[in-house]
Design a protein around this ligand. Structure first.
Ligand code: GLU
Length: 275
């Protein structure tokens, strides 16, 4: 009798064990997730040169190439990748709730973010800069922003920097993505846009007669590949892929292909430190 009553529970436990043994992807590590030849990767859709969804539906940019290289090393071809947009404010959540397997999206490595996610890399280094309209004469750097409307993106280190360092004198306007800041700048609704120079340079390359960069960079941003906290095996695999991409010369080629026209000095590859 007791056994009969327990039967459904036993069956459920057996079914669970079976599902985890031969379900898609085997286990919770990045390697396990890649086992079925498919991965979901978070990138940006609106950042020329880095992560961009073209009108024909193709995804292009340096971050996209890094993502494809890493996926390839995990045994997943481009046809097995599902791309998802991972905006600044959504990245930690998307990694933590499993809606993406990893993120390559101009994602700066910070201690605060490390409380929620793990990082591999870095694979790129840049710094925060300022973008203005081509005709702008008053704004020449961060120290000339007083009384101006400055646009950045919610959840970014760039907006945090403004809030912590220029908050008294500057009116911070926050949008969900940088392309909206650039639209607001071109329309005259804000006076400047701030984020990483390499991102801003991509917009300048698209509109060189309307936009320009001013001043020097004033932070250091190290881009990492974000993945589930605690997946140290996954991190080691991604680090190995980044090191191979650099060592094989593919890293520099991808950088030249995607960022070469943007008019910023191409940096040397950073050393992988997130071990
Ligand atoms: N790299 C900075 C960050 O991770 C700014 C760029 C972005 O918002 O993606 O917050």
């Amino acid at each position: 009798m007791l056994f009969r009553r327990l039967l459904p529970a036993i069956a459920a436990v057996a079914a669970l064990a079976l599902a985890s043994a031969c379900g898609s992807g085997g286990d919770d590590t990045l390697k396990g997730k890649a086992e079925d030849g498919e991965l979901t990767i978070g990138i940006r859709f609106d950042q020329p040169g880095l992560g961009q969804r073209r009108l024909d539906g193709k995804f292009v940019g340096f971050d996209v190439e890094v993502a494809k290289y890493v996926a390839g090393k995990l045994g997943v071809p481009e046809s097995g990748i599902t791309w998802k947009e991972a905006r600044s404010a959504d990245r930690e959540k998307m990694i933590a709730d499993g809606s993406v397997d990893f993120v390559v999206a101009t994602y700066s490595i910070t201690d605060k973010r490390k409380e929620k996610v793990a990082f591999a890399g870095p694979y790129f280094q840049t710094g925060q800069g300022i973008l203005v309209r081509y005709t702008e004469e008053d704004i020449t750097g961060p120290e000339t922003l007083n009384g101006k409307r400055l646009c950045s993106v919610t959840g970014s280190t760039s907006a945090q920097k403004v809030a912590s360092e220029f908050a008294q004198g500057v009116e911070l306007v926050e949008y969900g993505q940088y392309s909206d800041c650039v639209t607001a700048l071109l329309a005259g609704n804000v006076d400047a846009v701030t984020t990483d120079e390499v991102i801003l340079a991509g917009y300048v390359a698209e509109n060189p007669e309307l936009l320009k960069l001013v001043g020097n960079t004033f932070t250091t941003e190290r881009y990492g590949v974000g993945l589930a906290k605690g997946d140290s095996a996954g991190r080691a695999e991604v680090n190995a892929a980044i090191e191979q991409m650099v060592g094989s010369g593919e890293w520099r080629k991808a950088l030249e292909r995607n960022i070469g026209q943007a008019g910023v000095q191409l940096p040397e590859p950073p050393r992988v430190t997130e071990k």
